[in-house]
Ligand binder design. Structure first.
Ligand code: ACM
Length: 268
């Protein structure tokens, strides 16, 4: 299966131009699954809920979902990309999964970062895995990476390839994904944006370095820190189905949950 990412520097608020850019980058790619960054169509550094709401879309009828469905159909591929979802008076930091047949699923970011907590409602649904035929695909968004439970929940539900739209500002994630993939024996595609945003007295530099990581703690592709770039690699998904390390160890069967305390509960 061929999977990859597009990495670019979205222009804040210029939804049409950003969609156009994403499509221009995807068009020449020969791939089965492509991941786009978090908020690839809007930019990230919102200054109010009203501003975010003005850029939000209803899923699946909004223009971004429709545009991605169009190219997914034309190119016979699956796409995962981050947009603002409007649902009633709530806004979610969401990622849509579209197939050649249309919109398939929406993930709402569970762990909100920084001021996202002011504009968005935290995700209200469990991490889910989607069987797209070529692989079992899971989705998490950006800061979800710092909670190992995100990737673990996806892996325990059978995810083989984790699609990870991101707008990373901290320098740690790309290296951390090596361990996340190793400890769960999954592939991950982190699609990060580049560039800077200066709005409302804040200044963010996004770290680029989009990455495709393998289950043997191997970096299959790492993009530049500040480049407009696409990357596609051919992966052997079956590697993610085998959780055995050796004759005596299996990453999932060897878990001894009776000694972990109650991981599902609050800190006490
Ligand atoms: C992030 O979650 N966008 C850092």
């Amino acid at each position: 299966m061929k999977t990859g990412f597009v990495q670019f520097d979205p222009i804040f608020g210029e939804v049409d131009k950003n969609i156009e850019k994403a499509i221009r980058l995807i068009e020449p790619l020969d791939a089965d699954v492509i991941v786009l960054p978090e908020f690839f169509n809007t930019g990230y550094l919102f200054t109010s809920k009203q501003e975010a709401e003005g850029l939000a879309e209803i899923i699946p009828d909004g223009k971004t979902t429709k545009a991605l469905c169009g190219i997914a159909r034309r190119k016979n591929m699956h796409l995962v990309g981050g947009i603002i979802e409007k649902a009633g008076d709530r806004l979610y930091n969401a990622a849509i999964l579209v197939s050649p047949q249309g919109h398939l699923a929406t993930y709402r970011k569970v762990h909100l970062f920084n001021e996202e907590n002011l504009w968005f409602t935290p995700g209200d649904k469990a991490f889910e895995v989607y069987d797209i035929g070529l692989c079992k695909l899971g989705i998490m968004i950006c800061f979800d990476w710092i909670f190992p439970e995100s990737m673990r929940a996806l892996a325990l539900k059978g995810a083989e390839v984790v699609c990870h739209p991101a707008n990373l500002v901290l320098p740690f994630c790309q290296d951390a994904m090596i361990t996340r993939c190793l400890e769960n024996r999954v592939f991950a595609v982190t699609s990060n944006r580049t560039g800077t945003e200066q709005r409302g007295g804040k200044h963010f530099r996004y770290t680029g370095r989009s990455q495709i990581t393998g289950p043997a703690a191997n970096i299959l592709y790492r993009a530049g820190a500040d480049t407009e770039e696409t990357g596609v690699v051919n992966i052997d998904v079956s590697m993610a189905r085998n959780k055995r390390l050796n004759q005596f160890n299996d990453l999932f069967d060897d878990r001894r949950v009776q000694f972990y305390g109650d991981l599902l509960n609050e800190v006490i």
